[in-house]
Design a protein around this ligand. Structure first.
Ligand code: CMC
Length: 403
């Protein structure tokens, strides 16, 4: 088995004359374990994907934002006093985004809101720089502040650029309810807020994915937490990672438009629509995963809430039919981004905010990985295998460009 794996992923030992022996791992680091973590682990079968020992489904169904965030950060579920203290701090800091940040957000152009998050994280880093320290308690305080304030920045900047106004946070209400209110600029129902909160819990962490690894690489240079999170936001923005939830919804809306033209219900038309796109060799966003090859367990929890929201039964049929055709054609399972796309649409959220919402949950995981990395650090610095030309000699332009 191990030699089969080594062959499949092209992993080998290689002697490079004059340099020594190197471990050559596959492009994309598939099946490579660069370090250990006690924060979360992704199970390829989707049965035991864990946050600190608890399955992701258990927490997605039952834990609130504060409980899940405390667990991911500190390693255990909080008890009464710990919970109250943690919640108080998250709520306090959510309401205390520095006025300088709002002033800066008012000047930004209309663009993708992931830029606002990276920009905002770096602004906070500059404002809080005088208080920066690698002391463990201080790291936890920065984590709380950043986790509380980054979501506000996304919501405020997006609404300022797109609607010319924004809703200020309220420290007297629950985090998830308040964020959804700031995002949509209307008061959500209890069910809507709980569905949204559950999605934040499901997004909170997920092993060494691309943005988490990016954060850990930046942390390993002993750069500050804010810079690492800005880099993580950049990695999450891509359509192969967090950007997939936006692309999945655009796909559903395109399919819906065509279904209406043809006079066929979306839940039926989605099958032909996907087959046509596959025939054109297109990627179907919201399907496939580097680790999950059978099932992404987060989808069941999201489905539970989708069913209860607007047009829930219809959306579940669309999702199930899309899954059936993708499994039959490509043996690919759906992933969480397919489901949150629908969930956020049901909640009336603008599509460009879907990936920022992923970041609103994931900031807890990123900052926990930052802390885990810096408290037991080793600079992450692989070695390249140079395959370019050798032996060239510099020539001035008049010589090297002579015809
Ligand atoms: N649609 C159609 N074909 C696909 C898809 C897809 N979504 N995903 C993989 N494939 C095909 C791919 O073309 C290849 O086929 P072949 O062997 O015939 O060339 C095969 O499946 C293997 O693909 P791969 O790219 O080598 O697999 P990977 O493990 O590197 O890909 C992935 C993982 C997530 C990049 C990929 O599945 C993908 O692009 N999915 C769409 C984007 C997406 O939904 N991303 C969200 C991931 S989960 C949330 C998160 O963590 O961000």
């Amino acid at each position: 088995m191990s030699s089969e794996l080594l062959k499949r992923v092209e992993c080998k030992l290689e002697e490079i004359p004059g340099l020594g022996t190197f471990i050559v791992v596959p492009k994309g680091l598939e099946q490579v374990i660069p370090d250990t973590t006690a924060i979360s682990g992704v199970d390829p079968k989707g049965e035991q994907t864990l946050y600190r020992g608890y399955t992701i489904e258990d927490l997605g169904m039952n834990a609130d934002f504060y409980e899940a965030a405390y667990l991911i950060s500190r390693g255990v579920l909080p008890c009464d006093e710990e919970y109250k203290e943690f919640k108080k701090k998250i709520d306090y800091w959510r309401g205390r985004v520095p006025e300088k940040v709002y002033d800066a957000l008012k000047t930004l152009p209309k663009t993708h809101p992931m830029y606002y998050g990276a920009y905002g994280a770096l602004l906070l880093g500059q404002i809080y720089a005088p208080e920066w320290s690698f002391d463990k308690d201080s790291l936890y305080e920065h984590q709380i502040r950043l986790s509380a304030q980054l979501p506000v920045i996304f919501a405020a900047a997006y609404n300022l650029a797109n609607h010319g106004t924004f809703v200020r946070p309220d420290s007297g209400v629950d985090h998830a309810w308040d964020l959804l209110r700031m995002i949509t600029m209307r008061e959500p129902t209890k069910l809507e807020a709980r569905a949204f909160e559950s999605s934040l819990v499901l997004y909170m962490d997920h092993g060494f994915n691309a943005s988490c690894f990016t954060v850990r690489v930046v942390a390993s240079t002993l750069s500050d937490m804010y810079s690492a999170i800005a880099a993580g936001i950049g990695a999450l923005k891509g359509p192969l990672h967090g950007g997939a939830n936006e692309e999945a919804m655009k796909m559903f809306l395109d399919a819906y438009k065509k279904a209406v033209e043809k006079g066929v219900p979306l839940e039926e038309y989605i099958v032909d629509y996907i087959k046509e796109r596959l025939a054109r060799k297109e990627r179907i966003m919201g399907f496939g995963h580097r680790v999950y090859k059978i099932k992404d367990p987060r989808t069941d929890v999201a489905a539970y809430f989708i069913r209860q929201l607007k047009d829930g039964e219809m959306w579940i049929k669309v999702l199930k039919n899309a899954e059936k055709v993708m499994w039959e054609s490509k043996k690919l399972p759906s992933n969480i981004d397919l489901y949150t796309a629908v969930l956020y649409y049901q909640l009336g959220i603008d599509i460009p905010l879907y990936t920022p919402i992923f970041a609103m949950g994931r900031v807890v995981g990123w900052t926990s990985h930052y802390i885990e990395q810096v408290l037991d650090n080793r600079l992450i610095r692989p070695t390249e295998k140079y395959v370019g030309p050798v032996g060239l000699k510099y020539q001035p332009m008049e010589v090297r460009c002579r015809r």
